[in-house]
Ligand binder design. Structure first.
Ligand SMILES: Nc1ncnc2c1ncn2[C@@H]1O[C@H](COP(=O)(O)OP(=O)(O)OP(=O)(O)O)[C@@H](O)[C@H]1O
Ligand SMILES: [Mg+2]
Length: 322
């Protein structure tokens, strides 16, 4: 998938005596995801992660930009033209059951994607599919006749993953899919996702606010701040952007020798309604310089896979060190 300059503005108001207001939830986001890659997306609550996920899945239409999936711009396709392509990209939500009828059995949940796509299955084929999907996510086959209230959080999440796999997609977007699980169950689900990726040659976009988890699981990570990508961080790379550094410093390391200084982020996140002229992080950045408030830093490549949008970093690398 190749995402080019994607943005989404929400408009509110516009009624009697109410001025129309525009809220930029996602601005000018560009990135590529290669086949088989796991791309992470992190950032604080409200920074636009879920909106970005819905844009690249075309559950929401971008205000601008292109989303190329195997070369086709899914952002500009009609709903009708999009339908046959949908099976190739699927999404798993934090609570996959929030939108599912509680009276539905697991079997029906897993077969629903076939109905939506209009793929006819004989009852023998349907049973075989259900069994295969449950096996794929390491759930016992008898669970097919269970209802959601009879399952644990981890089991429900596995059903959500199985349902996403039903139509044999190549790309899966996981939006906070493990966030509500406790740590040991979360680790099992991550292990399952790694295993499925290897076996089925899947590509993931993995959204989380947990930087430590994302760094462990993902090959590259987009760090978002107020709707924009401020850093693209390859696995194991040292963060450059002050915001990513602060996020990193908030990760607890269970090793007293690795104690690091706590970087405290102070100040408020600016509102997306009146987006600042310069860097959105300027108001909270410990290294802020005058020009950070004047012009928007653009994302510049540092190495092959690492890119950062920061004026301060740019100015420090221009000054040679002796
Ligand atoms: N349909 C909508 N109409 C208006 N504003 C919206 C809409 N959807 C999202 N927003 C706003 O866009 C911003 C980004 O929301 P989004 O859900 O993408 O954030 P997020 O990074 O996923 O947050 P979280 O970590 O809490 O899930 C928020 O300020 C939200 O209020
Ligand atoms: Mg979200």
């Amino acid at each position: 998938m190749s995402v080019r300059g994607v943005g989404r503005t929400f408009t509110s108001g516009g009624g009697f005596l109410k001025p129309r207001r525009h809220f930029r939830a996602v601005s000018d986001v560009s990135f590529d995801v290669q086949r088989g890659e796991v791309l992470g997306v992190v950032g604080e609550s409200g920074c636009g992660k879920s909106t970005l996920a819905r844009l690249i899945m075309r559950l929401l239409t971008p205000t601008c930009g292109e989303v190329l999936f195997d070369g086709t711009d899914i952002a500009s396709l009609t709903v009708r033209a999009l339908r046959p392509l949908r099976r190739h990209f699927q999404m798993v939500f934090q609570d996959p059951y929030s939108s599912i009828d509680p009276r539905q059995k697991v079997r029906d949940t897993l077969l629903e994607p076939f109905q939506v796509q209009g793929i006819p299955l004989t009852s023998a084929q349907a049973s075989a599919k259900v069994d295969a999907l449950l096996t794929m996510v390491a759930l016992p086959l008898h669970l097919a006749d269970s209802y959601q209230h009879q399952m644990s959080g981890g089991q429900k999440q596995r059903v959500g993953i199985a349902r996403a796999l039903a139509l044999d997609p190549s790309l899966i977007v996981l939006d906070e899919s493990t966030a509500s699980l406790d740590v040991s169950i979360q680790a099992q689900v991550i292990g399952l996702l790694q295993d499925l990726r290897d076996r089925l040659d899947l590509t993931y976009v993995f959204i989380s606010h947990d930087l430590a988890l994302v760094q462990y699981f993902c090959d590259r990570t987009l760090v978002m701040y107020l709707g924009r990508v401020v850093e693209v961080l390859p696995r194991g790379a040292t963060p450059i952007h002050p915001y990513t550094k602060a996020l990193m410093a908030s990760v607890l390391v269970p090793d007293p020798h690795q104690r690091h200084e706590i970087v405290r982020i102070t100040g408020e996140i600016p509102s997306g309604y009146d987006e600042p002229l310069g860097c959105a992080f300027a108001g909270r950045c410990p290294l802020v310089q005058p020009r950070c408030r004047e012009s928007l830093p653009i994302l510049r490549p540092q190495t092959d896979q690492h890119a950062v949008a920061c004026h301060v970093h740019e100015s420090t690398i221009l000054v040679p060190e002796f």
